[in-house]
Design a protein. Structure first.
Length: 272
């Protein structure tokens, strides 16, 4: 078995319950988790595209006005220096007639009453105006779009990585098969510095032990913590392992992705 022996004991062909029900079918199910993670990643990428499209739609009118509007010299009539919502009132020439607009100040610049500045107004709606610096956009809204978009993209990346890892786990379990074990879930409670995912303490039938750690996944193991020494089957090796928990009923076993943390060799057991 080579490196696999550091994580799994030899197969016991005589054990009547040495493998899960229909072990080949349980292995065949593993790629399905990867396909599901890939589907989630694709949906998240579409959602991220929608968020950034929304950002473009939100910012487009201000950019279009800067590009297509009429640029004239205007005058600051008053400057409202309210700490929550600053604004300026400006006057400007609209085809020989005076035009007026109140423009929110989002640049942080302080204006002097009577000062001049460039005003860009919409020829179809002269009351709709902006300046070179003040685009009438709320920076908080734009920031919210960016934060949400990057948040969704991050989770899309996590889901893509999960899809690849399930593919590797499937290949690893296909190589090693399953080994019966008793597994105790030890969650990282209470929350502490350096918080990590739950530990899975594995005891095989030959008396050897190994310590795994659950991988980040929607197939978490924390809710199984209340029953120690749960019947389970373990497959794979090193960074690509799966713990298949028996549910003790007619439902299919519950698969939890994991990676090796302390091998059987490091636990002081002689590896065959």
């Amino acid at each position: 078995m080579g490196e696999d022996a550091a994580w799994l004991p030899e197969e016991d062909e005589t054990a009547p319950d040495g493998a899960p029900p229909d072990p080949a079918a349980q292995i065949a199910r593993l790629p399905g988790y990867g396909r599901r993670a890939l589907a989630i990643a694709l949906l998240l990428l579409v959602a991220a595209g929608g968020v950034f499209a929304g950002l473009v739609v939100y910012e487009y009118p201000a950019r279009a006005l800067l590009r297509d509007g009429v640029h004239v010299t205007g005058k600051v009539l008053w400057f409202d220096d309210h700490p929550r919502e600053q604004a300026i009132r400006v006057s400007y020439d609209v085809r020989g007639e005076p035009g007026y607009a109140t423009i929110p100040v989002t640049s942080g610049r302080r204006y002097i009453v009577g000062g001049t500045l460039t005003v860009i107004y919409d020829p179809a709606n002269p009351g709709r105006a902006r300046t070179l610096l003040e685009d009438r956009l709320d920076g908080r809204v734009s920031a919210l779009f960016w934060i949400l978009g990057l948040f969704v993209l991050t989770f899309a990346g996590v889901s893509l990585a999960a899809a690849l890892r399930w593919r590797r786990r499937h290949a690893a379990v296909l190589r090693t098969g399953w080994r019966p074990a008793s597994v105790t879930v030890r969650p990282d409670y209470p929350v502490r510095r350096g918080r990590h995912l739950p530990d899975l303490l594995v005891e095989y039938r030959d008396g050897s032990r190994a310590e795994l750690r659950a991988s980040m996944s929607c197939h978490g193991s924390t809710y199984l913590w209340h029953r120690p020494a749960r019947p389970a089957w373990v497959g794979g090796a090193g960074p690509d392992m799966v713990v298949l928990f028996s549910r003790g009923d007619l439902r299919r076993p519950y698969a939890v992705p994991a990676f090796g943390r302390t091998s059987r060799t490091e636990m002081g057991r002689r590896v065959p």
